[in-house]
Design a protein around this ligand. Structure first.
Ligand code: SAH
Ligand code: SF4
Ligand code: F3S
Length: 471
């Protein structure tokens, strides 16, 4: 048994970890043929992609996927810790599973992902959810076949959570959700330790994959007909720093562009590591999409400092405008937290003024959520939740207004769209522009998911565009 420990998770040393190739354990291959699984994923793209590996590992064990947890022999929750409501959702689901397990004694229930890295969660599960069969952490995913097998064979709760990152595992099997869009990890973990954020504790130190491994994965995707790749990391801009002297995110982006994959996206970018070289590469290659997610979090220098974000409002704006001026037609989106401990009305007005200057194409806005074990958790927080909710509402009104304003500028233009399919609700095709805007559109010709076609924009809405295929 291995239990999570934040003290250990905080340790960042130069200890070299190994790169190892995942090896299938042939003893458990297909052992559970005839059994079914249901996998529920919470959280970010990183977790969605982890679930693509988890699914493949479950299939390796012989399990078959079902879409309703009531039909499953095994239910696995891939959880997220970022805010309290993510926690509540997972515990809510555990509540439903407890009832189900009373009727269905053989049901196997497991929990993995970021919440598994939290000592308080694991303690709660060991003390009050003894019926949960297994828990494994983000660094233990490759052990899934053995952990599940042991949980079933021994009929005893299994807890396997490494707090210090283990080895960097290559060659995990993957079952991708989509046949034309793929996620590719380039860097794991995060070393930034923003004071409100739990990710550096749940995902470990920054560890880049070798460029050869990343490029081979993308070459294979091109060969398999994939049209779009999203390079993933908690801070992709730090790519390479931990393993190379002279190979950076800008170099990697350029090499990925040269693979010829039609669309390249990357997320997330911390403003601190965003270099001029990166901006130039994005501008130079037409297959690197002109779309950047650049989380600002706050427009107040006082709050940015308390958050440990390592930039000021002024340096953020300088970077923002450099990107806008260098990459033609670029769309920029952001993340903003309101109600950080001690945020005053003046601090909040600074955020509003920054938003008015940046006129973002999209923004994810959150109320600060206390995460146990993070430094911000200990700060005095005199602002009431009602006031925070009111700030969030005021912020949302302003950001939404710019989404619509930006979208309106696109009416009558023709934009390349990657077709995703037909939306059941609207009975129209839908897909995303190169700037990552959702378009619902009609077409006389039949289209396939994965086609990239030009769509003429007829109408702008706040969160989408309407259009029709030209020619
Ligand atoms: N690595 C990414 C962030 C991933 S988390 C980055 O730094 O860009 C996604 C977003 O969740 C963050 O940008 C932040 O806005 C929000 N977030 C993180 N911790 C939070 C907390 N404790 N309370 C509220 N929002 C939080
Ligand atoms: Fe969290 Fe900051 Fe790392 Fe993003 S950069 S994952 S907000 S610590
Ligand atoms: Fe959540 Fe973990 Fe992602 S905390 S946002 S699933 S890295």
């Amino acid at each position: 048994m291995h239990l999570p420990d934040y003290k250990e998770a905080r340790t960042r040393d130069k200890r070299s970890y190994k790169r190892v190739n995942f090896e299938e354990n042939s003893e458990v291959k297909d052992k559970y043929r005839g059994k079914t699984f249901y996998l529920k994923t919470y959280g970010c793209q990183m977790n969605e992609h982890d679930s693509e590996n988890i699914e493949a590992l479950l299939v390796f064990l012989g399990f078959k996927k079902v879409d309703n947890y009531l039909d499953a022999d095994l239910v696995l929750l891939n959880t997220c810790s970022i805010r309290e409501n993510a926690h509540n959702k997972a515990f809510g689901m555990l509540g439903r599973l407890k009832h189900l397990k009373q009727e269905k004694k053989d049901l196997i229930v497991g929990l993995c992902g970021c919440m598994a890295q939290e000592a308080s969660v694991v303690e709660e599960i060991m003390n009050h959810y003894k019926w949960v069969n297994f828990v494994f952490g983000t660094h233990n995913m490759y052990q899934l076949p053995e952990i599940i097998d042991k949980a079933i064979e021994e009929n005893k709760q299994q807890i396997e959570v490494f707090s210090r990152e283990g080895d960097l595992i290559e060659g995990l099997p993957v079952l991708r959700v989509n046949d034309y869009k793929a996620y590719v990890n380039i860097i794991y973990g995060c070393d930034k330790f923003c004071t409100y954020c739990i990710v550096p504790y749940t995902r470990g130190r920054e560890r880049s994959r070798l460029k050869e491994d990343v490029l081979k994965e993308i070459d294979d995707l091109v060969r398999d007909g994939y049209k779009e790749v999203t390079l993933l990391g908690q801070n992709v801009n730090a790519y390479g720093k931990d393993i190379y002297d002279n190979y950076t995110m800008a170099n990697l982006l350029e090499d990925v562009a040269k693979t010829g994959i039609p669309r390249i996206r990357f997320t997330t970018s911390h403003p601190w590591d965003f270099t001029d070289e990166m901006i130039e590469v994005i501008a130079k290659y037409p297959n690197i999409m002109p779309s950047v997610h650049l989380p600002v979090q706050s427009g107040s220098n006082r709050i940015l400092k308390l958050m440990g974000r390592r930039y000021t409002k002024e340096s953020y704006l300088e970077l923002f405008h450099k990107i806008k001026d260098t990459v033609p037609g670029v769309s920029i989106s952001t993340d903003i937290i309101v109600g950080f401990p001690g945020e005053t009305e003046e601090d909040f007005l600074e955020t509003l003024s920054l938003v008015k200057e940046c006129k973002y194409d999209n923004a994810f806005t959150f109320i600060f959520s206390k995460r146990e074990g993070t430094p911000a958790c200990k700060l005095l927080d005199p602002v009431s939740i009602e006031e925070k909710e009111e700030r969030l509402q005021r912020l949302n009104e302003v950001v939404n207004q710019y989404f619509l304003e930006n979208n309106k500028k696109l009416v009558d233009s023709s934009l390349p769209v990657l077709v995703e399919g037909i939306s059941a609700k609207k009975n129209m095709y839908y897909g995303y522009t190169d700037t990552n805007k959702l378009v619902n559109f009609t077409s006389d010709k039949e289209l396939q998911a994965g086609d990239i076609i030009d769509v003429k924009i007829m109408e702008a809405k706040t969160w989408s565009l309407d259009g029709e295929v030209v020619g």
